[in-house]
Design a protein around this ligand. Structure first.
Ligand code: F6P
Length: 548
């Protein structure tokens, strides 16, 4: 139960924003820049190694003032304090939300239910580091005495997307003599392709699941065990050398047959999509080593501290969260594109999709009242410059407003001739083109025939953020992820929704459990679904591979 709070749309700052929007929507970025020659330097902020240029947004100083007022009226400051204090702000699950404790330095104190959790966090990190060192050095051997060369993470959602994204992002820092694979999908192809060229004797499986009950993960883990035992002539003892678990559920881990000595724990106050820096990041640590992993945690922590302490007008996650609200709730923008100009961040948009949409895809406020405003926008994206040759056309000249986050680094990890200058030229060119476009006069002056001119005009006034850091390091990755985590939190706090549960994924899971026996039954099952679902089930039963 939570106390009723004033509905968002009845707040004075919201009403003032609605009035302000009517004027602001008419303003063009061309004018805003022409009126203030310092805008490009002024509307910037920097923290934890991350630089944000938010000048190419359709805002004035008045917009910012009102957005900041809205944040205050909605109690964002109190919500931040409550999260960092360990209050049970995940009310539907009665849990604290303390991913920030995962990166708190040794010696810090964060108390949950009367206990300081920071020593537990570091105990697990130390255990992970010890294990990682043993695997990486070759002293941890497989059942037949061979060293481990392959690591396969089995998990889904937050137990997969963070690990895959971090592995790809930090590949430059990884041990290239080892192979890392990630199996998430229940589609058998995922597992089959992941292991087809691997030697079981050199393979370690990490079964990553907060609950250790997730259907996809447990099915893949059983298949992995059978595959391993096949290679180990059925020797059950082999499992102990080739399987470790990451979970909060020790009972289920041992039920599966994994020795809990080989289990790395975490806690119910870590949400799945906020867990890549917990033991769920074991594959990341195995890839990059404990020192780099700690570097990543440090980057997270620097951004946490910035979020917790910086005044809102200079607070990167708050500014980004407020800008998202501005476009989502006033301009009616339905999506935000995240466009990393960094090949190593190719899985970053996919990772952000769970973080943002599982968190803020909610239709009721914390007290259960239906909202009368839009909540979480759709996040999507692809690495640049590939997207430019695909969907950017719609961003530039389509009818929808799509705010963009451009992400780039001053230095490349792979200096190769002119590549990096050309890459960065493209980032800067895209945000410039989106903001300023090309007027009919400019088109005419180029001698374009009149009939063609409308097709060649770019309205401009398409907003974007540019996020820059010196170099993609474990630290900057940590800061970048924390920036988005906290931006999502800020948005959810303003919408007054529960950003830390995910009840919306339950119904499909329950219905699938009902349909599985109907598909597997050797006799014709009695079906009680709607006529479409009944028909689909019958078609499948009739048409699936004849071998069954
Ligand atoms: O599908 C929803 C979800 O609960 C996610 O929030 C979570 O990240 C994922 O499933 C995996 O859960 P688990 O780690 O418990 O297997």
């Amino acid at each position: 139960m939570t106390a009723m709070v004033k509905p968002l749309t009845k707040r004075p700052a919201w009403k003032a924003m609605a009035i302000h929007y009517k004027k602001a929507r008419e303003l063009h970025l061309r004018e805003l820049f022409a009126d203030d020659p310092n805008r490009g330097e002024r509307l910037t902020a920097e923290a934890a190694g991350v630089f944000l240029d938010y000048s190419k947004n359709r805002i004035t100083d008045e917009t910012l003032k009102l957005l900041l007022k809205l944040a205050e009226e909605c109690g964002l400051r109190q919500r931040i304090d409550a999260m960092f204090r360990g209050d049970k702000i995940n009310i539907t699950e009665n849990r604290a939300v303390l991913h920030v404790a995962l990166r708190a330095p040794r010696g810090a104190s964060i108390v949950v239910d009367g206990e300081n959790v920071v020593p537990q966090v570091h105990a697990v990190l130390d255990k992970m580091a010890d294990f990682s060192d043993r695997v990486r050095s070759g002293s941890w051997k497989g059942h037949s005495g061979k060293r481990i060369r392959n690591v396969v993470n089995i998990g889904i959602g937050g137990s997969d997307l963070g690990p895959v994204m971090a592995y790809e992002a930090l590949k430059h820092y990884s041990d290239r003599s080892m192979r890392f694979r990630f199996v998430s999908n229940i589609d058998g192809t995922d597992f089959a392709e992941a292991v087809r060229d691997l030697d079981a004797a050199e393979t370690l499986f990490i079964v990553s699941s907060k609950t250790f009950t997730t259907l996809e993960t447990m099915t893949n883990a059983s298949t992995a065990r059978a595959w391993l035992l096949q290679g180990a002539q059925g020797e059950e003892k082999a499992v102990a050398k080739h399987f470790v678990a990451v979970s909060t559920n020790a009972a289920k881990v041992s039920e599966f047959g994994i020795d809990t000595a080989n289990m790395f724990g975490f806690w119910d106050w870590v949400g799945g999509r906020y867990s890549m820096d917990s033991a769920i990041g074991l594959s990341t640590m195995l890839a990059i080593g404990p020192d780099h992993f700690r570097g990543m945690l440090n980057g997270f922590h620097l951004m946490d501290e910035h979020f917790r302490t910086a005044p809102f007008e200079r607070n990167l996650p708050v500014l980004m969260g407020l800008l998202a609200i501005w476009y989502n709730n006033f301009f009616g923008a339905q999506t935000i594109a995240v466009l990393p100009y960094e090949q190593y961040l190719k899985r970053f948009p996919a990772y952000l999709q769970q973080l943002t949409m599982e968190s803020n895809g909610k239709h009721v406020t914390l007290d259960g009242t239906e909202v009368d405003y839009q909540t979480g926008p759709i996040y999507w994206g692809e690495p640049g410059t590939n997207g430019q040759h695909s969907f950017y056309q719609l961003i530039h000249q389509g009818t929808r407003l799509i705010p963009c986050d451009f992400i780039a680094f001053f230095e490349t990890l792979n200096p190769l001739g002119r590549h990096h200058d050309i890459l960065l030229a493209n980032v800067f060119a895209q945000s410039e083109a989106l903001a300023f476009g090309k007027t009919p006069e400019q088109v005419k002056a180029e001698g374009i025939p009149e009939w063609l001119a409308p097709h060649r005009v770019f309205e401009g006034n398409r907003p974007s953020n540019t996020i820059l850091a010196q170099r993609l390091t474990p630290e900057t990755l940590g800061s970048l992820v924390a920036l988005y985590e906290h931006s999502v939190f800020a948005q959810g706090a303003i919408w007054n929704i529960g950003s830390f549960d995910q009840w919306g994924v339950e119904l499909g899971k329950v219905l699938a459990q009902r349909i599985i026996p109907e598909l597997e039954s050797t006799t014709e099952p009695e079906l009680g679904h709607d006529s479409s679902t009944n028909h689909l089930i019958r078609c499948y039963r009739k048409s699936r591979e004849p071998s069954r």
